[in-house]
Ligand binder design. Structure first.
Ligand code: FE
Length: 339
């Protein structure tokens, strides 16, 4: 990956020396892991003539890389599947503020950084799925997942996963540290198997009968409603029901995918154009139509697949608070023996 990038850079330098900034580009460091994003990027390239050079990795790796590259970093935009990582990057000083009337007008204040260091572009809820035949009284809240009634029934992925980390961070914020400790220990006791696989694997676990209850992000089921996903055909998932948790309380936990501009971005203007594109109606619709997420811009159509899961109350916890609780969340996971 490093080699490819240096080759790209070499090419860029040669080009700009020869043709004086004719070729416009954005170096995108992305931890979004969805094939359907290709279309999002190619639409931008077609509309603007700006080329996107994509470097993929997990968010922690990309952040470490930008930091290590320092003033010479070719990174223009950092895009992650969870803004708690962006908040950490902001704290490390590797992002710069973006003054864009378009971004601040279109993206609600609670879905972007106070200093405009990052912006959320799509949302998803982390919810409870269950087998409608084997589970007669499914959990209605996240705390219910730790109830003795569900012993040996729950599948949920590893604690190294950012979606689970922010979920536990939200529990710490909403209910306090002690409740969060008891919850993590209780869920570990209720696990049907050691944590393994991604969110789709938790849903497949319900179908195989290994799991009765699973925790996953909304789009992992919604995309199976829209297109063929291996092992999640309509027949396969006929008995999967779902609960948007905490509807009588704090609301369902939301994770937010977003991006910001690197502190030393060599292509700042093109990077701003890219972020503004991500907030356009077209791109916002595409986040939903292409990856079954929820748009952040009001009035943008939600994909039928995502809409089919139903309306729900979302937890509007401050993302800064969630990010601040992450180190404690990791410590609690470790203490609970949540692999
Ligand atoms: Fe995901």
């Amino acid at each position: 990956m490093t080699r490819t990038m240096s080759l790209l850079l070499g090419a860029t330098i040669a080009v700009s020396a020869a043709t004086a900034a004719q070729a416009q580009e954005v170096n995108l460091y992305s931890s979004r892991h969805y094939e359907t994003d290709e279309r999002l990027y190619s639409d931008f390239e077609d509309a603007t003539g700006i080329t996107i050079n994509r470097i993929e990795g997990n968010a922690d790796e990309l952040i470490a890389r930008i930091q290590a590259e320092g003033a010479n970093s070719p990174a223009d935009v950092l895009l992650t599947v969870d803004t708690s990582r962006l908040q950490r990057a902001a704290g490390m000083g590797i992002l710069q503020p973006v003054e864009s009337a378009l971004l601040t007008e279109r993206i609600p204040a609670n879905l972007r950084n106070d200093d405009n260091l990052w912006f959320g572009f799509s949302q998803r809820a982390r919810i409870i799925f269950y087998d409608t035949e084997r589970v007669t009284t499914p959990p209605q809240t996240y705390l219910d997942l730790a109830d003795d009634a569900y012993e040996g029934m729950i599948c949920i992925r590893s604690s190294t996963n950012i979606y689970n980390q922010t979920l536990l961070s939200s529990i710490i914020e909403n209910h306090g540290e002690q409740v969060a400790r008891d919850w993590a220990a209780g869920v570990v006791e209720n696990m049907a198997r050691d944590p393994q696989g991604g969110d789709t694997d938790q849903l497949r676990g319900i179908i195989s009968g290994e799991c009765d209850i699973a925790v996953a992000n909304t789009y992992y089921l919604a995309r199976a409603i829209r297109r063929d996903v291996d092992g999640l055909s309509p027949e396969d998932r006929a008995n999967i029901g779902w609960v948007f948790p905490d509807q009588g309380g704090n609301g369902a936990h939301i994770n937010l995918s977003g991006g910001g501009i690197a502190a030393n971005a060599p292509n700042f203007d093109a990077a701003v154009a890219f972020l503004e594109y991500l907030a356009s109606d077209q791109a916002q619709e595409y986040f939903s139509a292409g990856n079954d997420e929820y748009p952040v811009v009001a009035g943008v159509t939600i994909a039928p697949s995502a809409a089919e899961l139903g309306e729900f109350v979302a937890d509007d916890l401050s993302l800064a608070a969630i990010a601040a609780n992450l180190p404690l969340a990791q410590a609690i996971f470790n203490e609970a023996g949540w692999e």
